[in-house]
Design a protein around this ligand. Structure first.
Ligand code: NAP
Ligand code: MG
Length: 404
């Protein structure tokens, strides 16, 4: 078989630990034999980030802006222990945070559904994608412990010095207070990313907040979404046969549980944090979640939702074969290749991405899977393979599919 040609490079962001090992295996076994892979390579492994004072992360994000599509391996976000372990010059910021800030994007997470790994909610048949706003609210809040009785106010000082004051609470004893913010610009970008992604996926968009209680804060989210929808997306949604629904977050939660899935759920920052963990667990496993960062102007960065699987890597280093699940990382590659194929009109590339995904699902459905899935599988006959054996099985199935 002739290898599939690419015209524009993918931005390839390599990463750390166990996922870096899987990255190489995936390329060697499942991609390079079939695709004339064209990538612009950035090594986001912690050692090279440290060597370049994290410039490589910034460069990779700018390259993503230039080319439009990136695929990223999981990376270490340094903490104090990592500073010692890797002899870091400083505690570099989270690469995902840096990339997100440069692309101004929203993260969409969706489960990979496969027979034998059953969601805890039995009526969920299709994936539910969570779109989490990644700026502001409680994540950028200022807090105070109130030690004793006293008055607490919100004060806004305009540039001309004029003040607007609002009483928060007149304390008669100790308490706590929190001030948080968001910006119209960020909320508008979030809305655009959600509407664009819904069109891209041809799925309905749901958005909920607590506007009945938070009549200015949450209500502003609701109003901006509605305005962006009415002025920029309404007709495109009609043409695509999809819809936008806003309702109270309480109502959304009830609808989500009763639904069969197959839509995108936009969440404010905190809701998205909590609800995406809830969904990942309810659908079965974090190692079966895909994640894509979409910027409001339509730039895509694909990755796995899990981390670098540190515990497995330490075993690997001791020479112990590990059973780390490569599926989410493979799907990051297929997502990126398919998007590249769509943008460059290379049907063969899109087709290959679909076939590779199919080979992954076939392998798991035939009872061959990594340990994390074997533990929860409802199939009768299950074999727990190590990563290398599992990827070899996927390759066998892929070759069979490609031969037709
Ligand atoms: P993790 O890599 O997500 O792994 C936590 C645990 O979940 C693992 O120990 C393993 O459980 C299970 N697991 C996760 N992915 C798996 C897979 N593909 N196959 C099988 N089991 C899997 O989180 P972590 O170990 O707490 O974090 C390690 C590093 O990842 C940290 O330095 C963190 O900064 C980084 N991180 C990066 C990203 C990112 O780049 N997007 C996201 C999160 C965390 P068992 O040990 O029970 O088998
Ligand atoms: Mg969380």
């Amino acid at each position: 078989m002739e290898k599939i040609k690419m015209t524009t490079p993918l931005v390839e962001m390599d990463g750390d630990e166990m996922t870096r090992i899987l990255w190489k295996m995936i390329k060697e076994e499942l991609l390079l034999p079939f695709v004339d892979l064209k990538t612009e390579y950035y090594d986001l492994g912690l050692e090279y980030r440290n060597e370049t004072n994290d410039q490589v992360t910034i460069d990779s994000a700018n390259a993503t802006k230039k080319y439009g599509v990136a695929v990223k391996c999981a990376t270490i976000t340094p903490n104090a222990a990592r500073v010692d372990e890797y002899h870091l010059k400083e505690m570099w910021k989270s690469p995902n945070g840096t990339i997100r800030a440069i692309l101004d994007g929203t993260v969409f997470r969706a489960p990979i559904i496969v027979k034998g790994i059953e969601p805890y909610v039995r009526n969920w048949k299709k994936p539910i994608t969570i779109a989490r706003h990644a700026y502001g609210d409680v994540y950028k809040a200022t807090e105070l412990k109130i030690p004793e009785a006293g008055k607490c106010e919100l004060v806004y000082t305009k540039e001309n010095g004029e003040e607007v004051r609002e009483l928060i609470h007149a304390f008669d004893g100790a308490g706590i207070v929190q001030g948080m913010h968001n910006t119209e610009k960020s909320i508008r970008s979030f809305a655009r990313s959600c509407f664009s992604f819904a069109l891209d996926q041809k799925q309905d968009l749901w958005f909920g907040s607590k506007d009945t209680i938070s009549k200015k804060y949450d209500h502003t989210f609701k109003d901006i979404f509605q305005e962006v929808f009415d002025t920029e997306y309404k007709e495109q949604f009609e043409t695509a046969g999809i819809s936008y629904m806003y309702t109270l977050i309480d109502d959304i939660v009830a609808r989500v549980i009763r639904s069969e899935g197959g839509y995108i759920w936009a969440c404010k920052n905190y809701d998205g944090d909590v609800m995406s963990d809830m969904l990942a667990t309810a659908f079965g496993s974090l190692s079966m979640m895909t994640s894509v960062l979409v910027s409001p102007d339509g730039v895509y960065e694909y990755e796995a939702a899990h981390g670098t699987v540190q515990r497995h890597y330490y075993n690997y280093q001791k020479g112990i074969e590990t059973s780390t699940n490569p599926i989410a990382t493979i799907f990051a590659w297929t997502g990126a290749l398919r998007k590249r194929g769509e943008l460059d009109k290379i049907d063969a590339l899109c087709k290959f991405a679909n076939q590779l995904e199919k080979a992954c699902l076939m392998t798991i459905e035939s009872g061959k899977m990594t340990k994390d899935l074997a533990i929860i599988s409802t199939l009768e006959e299950v074999a727990a393979l190590n990563s290398r054996e599992f990827i070899a099985e996927i390759r066998r199935n892929l070759e069979q599919i490609l031969e037709g």
